[in-house]
Design a protein around this ligand. Structure first.
Ligand SMILES: Cc1cc2nc3c(=O)[nH]c(=O)nc-3n(C[C@H](O)[C@H](O)[C@H](O)COP(=O)(O)O)c2cc1C
Length: 402
């Protein structure tokens, strides 16, 4: 049916069909039809603004309108000074809104400098300095940066994987529909086999995080995008590089030069995620995850800032879903078991993979040798039900300590 012949009812049904599971659950709770339709329209408008790239700029608009309204009412009631005060506050928000729109949405801004490389930083400082970049400069990667990055993709793509399935990263140069990142035009799309294989998803996290860290060292900005990526738009741009019968998109990673023009909404969004659980809530000494690991005690003290770089690892919407249980046996062998604390089949597994990457890169830097392996519950010396949470993913076993 052509869009202009849609009835009001059809339009509501169309919007409803596009809602996510959570939004549908809220809508379904509204018993009165008018309320329900109003709610669907509101959510639909939000979705439309979100995926047409306007929502990022709209944050100042509702408070701005309220302030102007109050200023108007105060003026009518004769409160001139109050009216001026509210009007000034409203004008500040209007200025922020207009500035963001002109400089970020319409990209009318002076050219920005290329960021400096971070080759001088040690791995731990580099990892601690990484933050998701959600506003990019309007220029593409230079040829030198593009080539260096593709080399990193080739290198980490070819490394031995934890699982048996093939995963790959496809480069796309196009303004993909993503949320809430703005002005990103270059991406790596992480693709795994259509048939679910948890270790392949862990591998995506592990390999892509190594690429992300290479990019960070080059001074580039990166942003992992999972729930905020529109798969339809990605598949369109991948064309015949994506086979719907065999492949599935796990997530994408935007890459480019960080811009200092950042819409107010994204500044607030970024600030929200600038916190982490303490190490004592992430690393444990017992499989029940009750006793925090004493990271100052031998042999765990040898792993120095490894705990911190896992703590600051990225995770979908900062869910921080990974935990680690350290085990030392009577024969002196030591290992670290990595678990996911939510049932999420994709983003929690990616997060485990990211921890694996940070853990092993940290160990390499410290000269500590070990390897990853998947152990049965029996081998780990615990009793475990199949769907039990936390969900065990993988172990890192210490080979030797110098
Ligand atoms: C698998 C995965 C999916 C993510 N999806 C999104 C996303 O859809 N949109 C977004 O803005 N950020 C996304 N992020 C970035 C996280 O929100 C971010 O890593 C987290 O909030 C911590 O902030 P930081 O990366 O600045 O340290 C994702 C991260 C991961 C690891």
């Amino acid at each position: 049916m052509a869009n202009n012949t849609l009835t009001h009812k059809d339009r509501i049904a169309e919007i409803y069909s596009k809602l996510g599971a959570n939004e549908r659950a809220i809508v379904d709770k509204q018993k009165i039809t008018v309320l329900r339709n109003l709610f669907i329209l509101m959510v639909g408008t939000k979705l439309r603004l979100q995926f047409t790239g306007w929502l990022q700029y709209m944050l100042p608009v509702p408070p701005m309108l309220v302030l102007f309204l109050i200023a108007g009412i105060a003026r009518l009631l004769g409160g001139i000074q109050a009216a001026i005060g509210f009007a000034i506050l409203g004008s500040i928000l209007l200025t922020v809104f207009a500035f963001d729109l002109v400089t970020v949405k319409f990209r009318l801004r002076p050219p920005e400098r290329l960021p400096k490389r971070k080759d001088h930083m040690d791995l731990f400082d580099l990892m601690s300095s990484r933050r998701s970049c959600r506003s990019f400069q309007t220029r593409n990667l230079t040829e030198a940066d593009y080539n260096e990055l593709m080399e990193s993709v080739r290198k980490h793509g070819a490394e031995t994987k934890l699982g048996k399935s093939n995963i790959r990263f496809e480069y796309v140069s196009a303004p993909l529909t993503v949320w809430p990142t703005v002005n990103a035009t270059e991406f790596f799309v992480a693709i795994a086999p259509l048939e679910y294989d948890r270790l392949a998803i862990v591998d995506v996290g592990r390999s892509l995080q190594k690429i992300v860290m290479d990019a960070t060292g080059m001074g580039l900005g990166t942003c992992w995008i999972g729930p905020g990526a529109d798969h339809k738009s990605i598949m369109q741009h991948l064309g015949d590089r994506f086979d719907t019968k065999k492949d599935q998109i796990v997530c994408v990673c935007a890459v480019g030069y960080k811009s200092s023009f950042i819409p107010m909404f994204i500044r607030i969004f970024n600030a929200q995620f600038y916190r982490r659980l303490p190490i004592s809530s992430l690393f444990f000494a017992d499989p029940q995850m009750k006793e925090p690991l004493n990271v100052d005690r031998y042999p765990f003290d040898k792993f120095e800032r490894n705990y911190e770089i896992c703590q600051w690892a990225p995770s979908s919407y900062n869910g921080q879903t990974t935990r680690c249980v350290a085990v030392t046996n009577s024969d002196g062998s030591t290992r670290f078991d990595f678990y996911a604390v939510t049932a999420s089949r994709y983003y929690a597994a990616v997060a485990t993979g990211i921890w694996c990457a940070n853990w092993e890169m940290g160990c390499e830097t410290l000269g500590i040798h070990g390897h990853f392996t998947v152990l049965t519950a029996e081998e780990r010396g615990i009793q475990e039900k199949e769907c039990q949470l936390p969900k065990y993913d993988i172990s890192w076993v210490l080979d030797e300590m110098h």
